[in-house]
Design a protein around this ligand. Structure first.
Ligand code: TYM
Length: 323
C-alpha cells in the first residue's frame, strides 16, 4: 500500500489554485487504497507572523474545508502539524543532512526573503517540509508545480540519510494532475494565483459566490486575437482559462480547444466561470454546514493515528542515531 502525504498552510483564504493543484487530487487519492495523511501545516505559517486568533480559527476552518472537499476519512488522516511535535523534532535531525547552498537556491526562499525580510524560519522552511513528508515515510506527494524544488530537496535529504544509515526513508515522488498544477492570476497571468489579498480579482476564493466568480472571469486578462488556443508562451491568459476548464472537466487542453473552436473569448470565459461555480458551490455549502458542527471527535481520532505513525519513525531514527 502506498503512503501519501501532503500539506496546506492555514494562512489566507484557500483558493482555486489550492483546489485544482492539490486538494482535488487528494480527494481522488483518498478514494483509492492508499494510506493518506493530509496536514494543515500551521508551523510553516509561523514564518509570516500571523495574528494568533486568526491562525487558530484558520487551522480549524482548513480542517473543515478538507472534509467539505470530500476527502474520504475512512483511509485518510487529517491533522494540524503543530499537534504532532515529531515533525519539528525530525526537522532538527534532517537539518544535518541538508546543505546551506541547497537552501540558498530555493526559489521560494528567494521570493519570500524579498517580501518578508530574511529570517532563519523562511530559510530552513524546506527542511521542515522534508520532515513532514518523511515522518510518515510517504511515497507520493500530491502538490502543485510550485513545490517541485522542495520535493527534489526532500529526496536529496532522504538519500543522504539512507546512504549513511541504510534504507530508512523511501524516496518520495511528486504527483500532479495533467492540468491545474500551476494556476495563474486571472488579472496578471504572469504571476501564480495566490492567497495574497492585493490580487483579489485575480484569485477565485473557495467561498466566492457565483456572481463574484462570473465577474472575475468576465474581467480576466486575455490577448485580443479571440482564438481559443493553448499557447503558454504567447497566450498566457487564455491558456490559463483552458487549463482551469480542462482540470475541472477531466479533459485535455486539445479537447477544450476543440469544444470551443467556434466560440469567442466572452462566451468561453462564461463557460469557465460556470464550471468553476458548479465545482466550488457544493464544497462551500458543505463547509457552511460543517462550520456549525463540532469536529473535535474526528480531530482527536485522526490526531492519535498521526502521532502513532510519526512516533514509530522517531523511535526508529533515534535507535539508528544512537539517541
Ligand atoms: P500552500 O499552502 O502554498 O499550497 C497548498 C497546495 O496548493 C498548491 N498551490 C497551487 N497549485 C496550483 N496553482 C496555484 N496557483 C497554486 N497555489 C498553491 C501548492 O502547490 C500546494 O500543493 N510548502 C507548502 C505546504 C507544505 C507541504 C508540506 C506540501 C508544507 N509541508 C509537505 C506538501 C508536503 C505550501 O506552502 O503550500
Amino acid at each position: 500500500m502506498k503512503t501519501v502525504f501532503s500539506g496546506i498552510q492555514p494562512t489566507g483564504k484557500v483558493h482555486l489554485g489550492n483546489f485544482l493543484g492539490a486538494i482535488k487530487n487528494w480527494v481522488h487519492l483518498s478514494n483509492v487504497e492508499n494510506k493518506n495523511f493530509f496536514c494543515v501545516v500551521d508551523l510553516h505559517s509561523i514564518t509570516t507572523h500571523p495574528d494568533p486568533m486568526e491562525l487558530k480559527s484558520n487551522i480549524e476552518q482548513t480542517l473543515k474545508l478538507l472534509i467539505a472537499a470530500g476527502i474520504n476519512l475512512d483511509n485518510s488522516i487529517i491533522y494540524a502539524q503543530s499537534s504532532v511535535p515529531q515533525h519539528a523534532y525530525l526537522s532538527w535531525i534532517l537539518s544535518s543532512f541538508c546543505q546551506v547552498g541547497e537552501l540558498q537556491r530555493m526559489t521560494q526562499y528567494k521570493e519570500k526573503a524579498d517580501s518578508l525580510g530574511s529570517h532563519a524560519g523562511i530559510f530552513t522552511y524546506p527542511v521542515l517540509m522534508a520532515s513532514d513528508i518523511l515522518i510518515h515515510k510517504a511515497n507520493e506527494v500530491p502538490v502543485g508545480d510550485d513545490q517541485t524544488q522542495h520535493l527534489e530537496l526532500t529526496r536529496n535529504i532522504a538519500e543522504r540519510f539512507n546512504n549513511k544509515y541504510g534504507d530508512v526513508f523511501p524516496l518520495p515522488e511528486k504527483s500532479s494532475g495533467k492540468s491545474g498544477a500551476r494556476l495563474m492570476s486571472l488579472k496578471h497571468p504572469d504571476s501564480k494565483m495566490s492567497k495574497s489579498s492585493d490580487d483579489i480579482n485575480g484569485t477565485i476564493y473557495f467561498d466566492d459566490d457565483k456572481d463574484t466568480i462570473m465577474k472575475k472571469f468576465k474581467s480576466s486578462v486575455t490577448d485580443s486575437d479571440d482564438i481559443i488556443q493553448y499557447n503558454l508562451s504567447e497566450k498566457k491568459g487564455i491558456s490559463n482559462l483552458i487549463d482551469i476548464y480542462a482540470s475541472i472537466n477531466g479533459m485535455s487542453h486539445k479537447e477544450v480547444e476543440k469544444t470551443f473552436m467556434d466560440s469567442r473569448y466572452g462566451e468561453f470565459k462564461m463557460a469557465v466561470g460556470e464550471c468553476v461555480a458548479e465545482y466550488l458551490n457544493p464544497i462551500n455549502l458543505k463547509f457552511i454546514e460543517l462550520e456549525k458542527e463540532n469536529i473535535s471527535e474526528i480531530v482527536k481520532i485522526n490526531l492519535q493515528e498521526a502521532q502513532a505513525s510519526a512516533e514509530l519513525t522517531i523511535q526508529e531514527v533515534n535507535n539508528i542515531l544512537g539517541l
